[in-house]
Ligand binder design. Structure first.
Ligand SMILES: [Zn+2]
Length: 365
């Protein structure tokens, strides 16, 4: 009985921790359980200290030693009407925040910043011409839609534009020694049934032979006034606009809603799956890199990278993203997307993104 009580007390105190802390390969996760949607917080970084301030929250004073790669300790300081949380960092970190509802919580992921200029020399293993050739990275490109499913139709037809960009990107990547596979190389669907079609694309990404999965799409919006580049990685969509877009890419209408709900179930389960979480971090990094490079190459504004419950990405075990190369219904950007010279720039931008991501060691697993 006493043991049971002790276990109960331990579980209770863990549940009470603010934040709950998880140490994972490649990142440290802080989970702040919040009393409601209305709780506001601020986050600031001062040198080696990350400071979070929560208004209208009550928490016990606590000092948690973490000793992960990223974090030394986390101190929770209750103050009048607010709680201050001081995260002592061991090195410069990238901070990614996600807000989830039901139950309400804020998830903060901290990962080390991409390698700084000069990595430590390894005198015992000087680079030599005799070093074994590293394996060729393999990238799976997925031109969205196809066949019976045209995707968005505006100044371009999505299925046609994304296939053309994928073929251009394939040629560029191959020239750089990257092996490329395609989910389709002509105007075809993988199945007339959207669920089956997306599942087959996902299954190709699941193959152990592939190191990266990039699904290529063209964006659209009811107002036809948006332009720019957006990239999605798998996770719970955080705002209604993103969710609407996710539903559209999941097939639209009732079908899109159904597949989105299915994907949401997977996204929710990922929160407890350490391997999937680590992969999500890589996917997020790939999304950021692709988005920025694509924007640089085309001059199209970078609108950001977002988590989304995308059916085609839901079981990916390698870094996987869905990139929206631009808005096909915008009077300026839509016309650009129809231009072969512009599509070349899009392919060049995606190439730069992939090469940067691979060069940062993401391929070494
Ligand atoms: Zn699409």
């Amino acid at each position: 009985m006493r043991v049971l009580l002790l276990v109960f007390a331990l579980v209770w105190s863990l549940a009470q921790a603010f934040p709950r802390i998880g140490v994972h390969e490649g990142f440290t996760r802080l989970v702040f359980d919040l009393p409601g949607k209305e709780v506001a917080y601020t986050l600031s970084q001062e040198g080696g200290l990350l400071v979070l301030l929560f208004k209208g929250v009550d928490a016990e004073a606590k000092d948690q030693v973490v000793n992960s790669q990223e974090v030394a300790s986390v101190q929770t300081v209750p103050e009048k009407g607010q709680v201050r949380v001081l995260v002592r960092l061991k090195a410069p970190v990238e901070v990614a925040t996600h807000r989830y509802g039901d139950p309400e919580r804020l998830v903060v992921d901290l990962s080390l910043k991409s390698p700084t200029p000069a990595p430590p020399a390894k005198p015992e293993a000087p680079p030599s011409a005799k070093a074994p050739k590293p394996p060729r990275p393999v990238v799976l490109l997925d031109p969205g839609h196809g066949g019976v499913d045209p995707g968005m139709v505006g100044y371009v037809v999505e299925k046609e534009a994304v296939l053309d960009v994928a073929l251009r990107l394939k040629r560029l990547l191959e020239r750089e020694g990257v092996e490329v596979r395609l989910t389709r190389d002509r105007d075809m669907h993988l199945s007339p049934d959207k669920r089956e079609d997306l599942s087959r694309r996902a299954a190709l990404a699941d193959s152990s032979q592939v190191n990266l999965f990039i699904s290529i799409h063209v964006n659209a919006t009811p107002t036809r006034t948006a332009q720019g580049v957006e990239v999605f990685y798998f996770g719970r969509a955080q705002d209604p606009r993103v969710l609407a877009q996710v539903i559209r890419e999941n097939g639209g209408g009732d079908l899109g809603q159904r597949l989105t709900r299915e994907a949401q179930g997977v996204a929710e389960r990922i929160l407890t799956d350490i391997v999937a979480q680590a992969n999500q971090r890589y996917s997020q990094r790939l999304a950021e890199t692709l988005g920025r490079k694509l924007s640089q190459a085309t001059g199209s504004p970078y609108r950001g990278s977002f988590p989304g419950d995308l059916f085609v990405l839901r079981y990916a075990k390698v870094p996987a993203v869905l990139v929206e190369i631009g808005f096909g219904d915008h009077p300026v950007e839509g016309r650009r997307l129809a231009d072969p010279a512009y599509r070349d720039k899009v392919a060049q931008g995606l190439l730069a993104g992939v090469l940067t991501f691979l060069a940062n060691g993401a391929f070494a697993r």
